[in-house]
Design a protein around this ligand. Structure first.
Ligand code: DC
Length: 658
């Protein structure tokens, strides 16, 4: 259900299954850089292929390294072997690093000490993310770095370093741990012992642990004195470990584990576990505090929902800043409030994540309070689902964590492609473990009997029923009442967005008034056909139609249910009958209501409506390739209902077996 600007994630009925995680972004980007700096060739397996790692790959040749793709997420990196054989390109090399924070910070440090002339820049948001603390530290070591525009922020111009004799460098640790990580990775380039002293409370410590562990794998053991002082010894030099396996991404695991904790489970993620070096595996512990049932092995973690659901918690999130965003959305499904503390670093990430998360959680109906370094979430009494969608701020993690809102109902995620930064196939993975509420889509021409059949199938299954034609009829009726011409696309579309409608047992209400009879009048029938040919009206009604897809299932009838509104429907039927049979059925219906009309005029009318519905430019009536054809010319209603019931059961069976 994609278009360019948003993805509609239908309500999920449950979550269950196994996911093999893509490689860790944090580890991939560190070891790519270390392999490039090392002597020897390194085979890296399980490397994450995403926007952020592509930035790092693009930068490796500046260090004299090269990479060869071996297939299946494996690469061979020919390391440049440190400082000896440096050959710098003529002039200045320009490196565009998007919004990749890890790549930007670590490359700044490495290139500033390595030598050569570079311009490092990124997307506008990257130019708002501070880097002054790192530059200050590097300057103590002789680095020549100039801010191109604003003091303390990228873009940066880097020139070859000047020799400096110092053995100690001080760096602030309370804005981003990436400054310390970048510095540590670069220090072996100095060729002598250097001690790093951390000023201020070091945040996101587990990311520094990943840095130290990765450096150790490449032969450099930094000595750690608490979290205040780190010493890179004299003679430290990176050596290839020959082969390195990248763990699965623990931050990416958080979405699936939360899905298991909300949607039943068990959901198992493979690629991270008890032996992981990533701090974000502690997310599983946080979920456990919320009541989730967690199990884990060396290489896997599994989460299930507790009886009675999750409960709110108060948590210091300093060690898990990224995965904590997932907790904020899980909090919507918990009893009681959740407070996430010590998350000031959210403010300097891809966007101001505290402000962004608060705004989007509120859209769903939560009560949210924020401070400089905390967020407090009171779950909604009743979820709201904004037709304008959840905004994602070009922040992959916002898109991914808000996909969990689909456990409550239809979630429209704007700019869904931003997940490519770390997880290009995220939605396909989510689909695999979180089954969307099933749909039976029944399309066909007017008076084919699809409405009667669809409503009866829905009743038999105990599912919801959507008469999508009624929405177009209601739009036409509302336009008529407001004195808006059916052809006034802009005004009719904004009316369609605002319609106050309610479907009851055999009733259709517009602004609180039953209009079941009124929308079946001839003038409204042809008005509906007219407004249905306006693209903006169809767009305006799309969200409304999809919102009918609620647990335990939906039977929807119309013209474009299988092709546009529910293209992923498990069972698609195109129901038709000869135009003669349809005219006779309609004639019988009208006679029954005491309305006299001739069959030839009905026949003519029906042919015209068929032509208009199937020849219009947007969402014309047509049988999709994957729809089953049912011709009811000679069938009774009961026979048609039975036919659909059997086909629907078969498709459900096939899906389960797959
Ligand atoms: O199914 P019906 O006769 O109530 O539909 C009324 C009009 O709305 C009809 O002209 C076709 C149009 N329609 C549509 O374009 N797309 C739908 N999904 C349903 C109805």
């Amino acid at each position: 259900m994609k278009n360019m600007d948003f993805i509609d994630l239908p309500q999920r009925s449950s979550a269950r299954g196994v996911i093999r995680l893509p490689g860790s972004k944090s580890i991939s980007n560190r070891v790519l850089l270390l392999a490039a700096l090392a002597s020897g060739s390194t085979e890296l397996h399980g490397v994450l292929e995403s926007g952020d790692t592509a930035r790092m790959f693009g930068a490796l040749k500046c260090l004299g390294a090269s990479s060869v793709a071996l297939g299946d997420h494996s690469y061979r990196i020919e390391g440049a072997g440190g400082c000896e054989k440096k050959v710098f390109p003529e002039g200045e090399t320009s490196l565009f690093l998007g919004n990749a924070g890890t790549a930007f910070r670590s490359l700044t440090a490495v290139l500033a000490l390595f030598g050569g002339n570079y311009r490092l820049h990124g997307v506008p948001r990257m130019h708002e993310r501070p880097i002054g603390d790192l530059v200050d530290a590097l300057r103590q070591l002789g680095a020549n770095i100039v801010y191109e525009n604003v003091e303390g922020y990228p873009p940066l111009r880097i020139r070859p370093p000047s020799p400096v004799e110092t053995g100690v460098v001080r760096v602030r640790g309370d804005v981003s741990s990436q400054f310390l990580s970048g510095l540590l990775i670069a220090l072996p380039l100095m060729g002598r012992e250097i001690a790093v002293e951390v000023i201020g409370e070091l945040i996101s410590k587990p990311y520094v642990e990943i840095t130290l562990a990765a450096m150790a794998c490449f032969g450099v053991d930094a000595v750690r004195e608490g979290w205040r002082r780190f010493i890179v010894p004299a003679g430290a030099a990176y050596r290839s470990p020959s082969v390195f396996h990248v763990e699965g991404d623990a931050s990416s695991a958080s979405y699936f584990l939360a899905a298991g904790a909300i949607g039943g489970g068990p959901v198992r993620v493979e690629g991270v576990g008890n032996k992981s070096i990533q701090g974000d595996i502690r997310f599983a512990g946080a979920l456990e505090k919320m009541g989730a049932i967690i199990d884990a092995g060396d290489d896997w973690i599994e989460a299930s929902a507790p009886d009675g659901g999750l409960r709110g918690i108060t948590l210091d999130c300093n060690p898990i800043p990224d995965a904590a965003m997932t907790l904020a959305v899980a909090a919507l499904f918990a009893r009681g409030e959740t407070r996430l503390d010590n998350i000031a670093s959210w403010r300097v990430k891809e966007t101001d994540r505290i402000a962004a998360m608060a705004a989007e959680l509120r859209k769903l109906g939560a009560h949210v309070e924020t401070g400089e370094d905390f967020i407090r979430i009171v779950p909604p009494a009743a979820f709201r689902f904004p037709p304008e969608g959840i905004d994602t701020y070009d922040d992959h993690r916002i898109a991914m964590c808000f996909s969990l809102a689909a456990f409550a109902g239809l979630a429209r995620i704007n700019d869904p492609a931003c997940v490519a930064k770390t997880f290009p196939d995220y939605y396909a993975y989510f689909e695999r473990i979180a089954g969307a509420v099933p749909v039976i889509a029944i399309d066909g021409p007017s008076a084919s009997g699809k409405g009667t059949v669809a409503a009866r199938v829905a009743r038999k299954l105990g599912w919801h029923y959507l008469d999508s034609g009624a929405l177009y009829r209601l739009t036409a009726l509302a336009a008529k009442r407001a004195g808006i011409p059916f052809s006034d696309e802009r005004r009719v579309a904004s009316l369609a967005l605002e319609l106050e409608i309610e479907f009851g047992e055999g009733t259709v209400c517009l602004s609180g008034q039953d209009v079941g009879e009124a929308i079946r009048q001839e003038e409204i029938s042809s008005g509906a056909s007219l407004v249905a040919s306006l693209p903006s009206v169809r767009n305006a009604l799309l969200f409304r139609q999809r919102a009918f897809r609620r647990f335990p299932g939906l039977v929807a009838d119309g013209r474009d249910m299988a092709t546009v509104v529910f293209p992923d429907a498990g069972c698609k039927v195109f129901l038709t009958a000869s135009v003669q049979a349809r005219a006779e059925r309609r004639h019988k219906q009208l006679i029954g209501k005491g309305i006299s009309v001739s069959i030839p005029s009905l026949l003519q009318d029906m042919k015209e409506r068929d032509a208009r519905d199937s020849q219009r430019n947007v969402a014309p009536l047509r049988k999709s390739e994957d729809s089953l054809l049912l011709d009811t010319t000679t069938l009774s209603v009961e026979q048609a209902v039975e036919w659909v019931m059997v086909r629907a059961a078969e498709t459900r069976q096939e899906k389960q077996e797959r």
